[in-house]
Ligand binder design. Sequence first.
Ligand code: HAM
Length: 494
Amino acid sequence: MSDRKQFRAIKGTRDILPPDSALWNWFEHTAREVFESYNFGEIRLPIFEETTLFARSIGEETDVVAKEMYTFQDRGTIQVGYPQTVEEVISSDEAVRAAWELKRLPQTPENELRVNLMHHACRSIAEEGAPALLRFVAELHALDLGDSITLRPEATASVCRAYIEHNMQALPANQKLYYIGPMFRRERPQKGRYRQFYQIGAEVLGQSDAPAIDAEVLEMLLVFFNRVGLTRTTLYVNSIGDKNCRPQYVELLREELRKVKDKLKEDSQRRIETNPLRVLDSKIPDEQPIIEKLPRISDHLCDDCRAHFAKLKEELNLRGIEYRENWRLVRGLDYYTRTTFEVTAEGLGSQNAVCGGGRYDGLVELLGGPPTKGIGFAIGTDRSILSIEEGGNAPRIGGLAAYIAWMGQASYPTAVNIAGKLRAAGLSVELPPEEMKFKKSLGLADKLGARYALIIGEDEVASRTFTLKRLADGDQKKLAEGELLEYLESERRR
Ligand code: HAM
């Protein structure tokens, strides 16, 4: 009996296997095509960032930051690359330079400690040489001063960080960026909800907050959904005001909520003080009649926000985009201002949001950058693909074009040669590595779902032809090499 542990993917994570992975690739590829047709360029971001980046952007009180982040302490030595050997910092000059570089780290108590240690070490190294350096390195190791790192729960914060870091405000036009990749949230796994899930996101950052930008972003999103057959969807839009009008509304909401506090459940009661807007998100049936009577943000927008929202709706109409207004759409992340939106899809049960987004003017500034306007969205790939599959709209992608059934050692070189040519022409080809009887290889071709079997036996080698058998109906023809390539290529393009 084996005592070896059976490893399984961690709860909330999963493997995407072929042929599903082909569907995923097609979905992502289509997003690239559509987004690039709107002049968006791809940004590839790190999977982990400093914890404070997310805490500050998303908000300390949000569920994502308070409960769901995968956060860990990195090991100091790896993070900032302290000298590990005497050779690495052989002279005190180099040590001073390293200390100077350390000072450029964010001003946290840990970093201050590092710099002090480094200064101290530089002095001792200058006086004592190598033994002091070794002592210093050992001291640093013992402290294990790591930075707090978080696996990204979303990517808008990272895009803003990159915008600032690369001085993108100096570029001539709005920055239109998209990203594709995994995100991590420690949520309770269920259908359509994972701990490692995938997003395709797009962000526009720059000086303008013209409602036409919001509308174009939504148009692009819906063009994409249409292209991939995600059609049983509803777009909800709202405006949650800005820093001029939202604080008053939030206060009013808080006052009204305090009056009905006893009728609310624990989560909502707590949110009255921490984040009253989130009460509007509640799905608890008993709370619904109470929430319906609360004051609505649409009645409390300032003139600028009201005008912005009205213009956005005009722009959506101009583009023939259908939408529904939902005054309760406040979203779960703190950085939003004005426009918020969500798309829900059928066939998903309770986790039916396939995309969420909105405006976040001010986020770049909050992270220490210049005043900047921003808007964007993120599509949940896992849920979108589930919905496409449940709607029966999933296309049959790729698949095996030809299985080469060869028999007899004399046929083998021809088989290798033609396999190379067909692959070079862009076809998916399976070449069995060992000789098999025709009956067996044709059976296997069928099981693998090949569209054609290419039969190469002694007859074919002698007559310099190939027998091509269409497996769906058994139709068979003999073709010379040129004819075969032409025929299969034209089939591929169909
Ligand atoms: P979000 O609403 O938190 O927004 O996530 C966007 C989408 O990601 C959701 O609508 C959903 O489809 C998917 N999603 C979220 N959590 C999970 C999960 N645990 N499992 C599966 N899918 C999930 C954001 O992330 C913002 N950064 C969007 C944004 C971009 N706003 C402005 N720019």
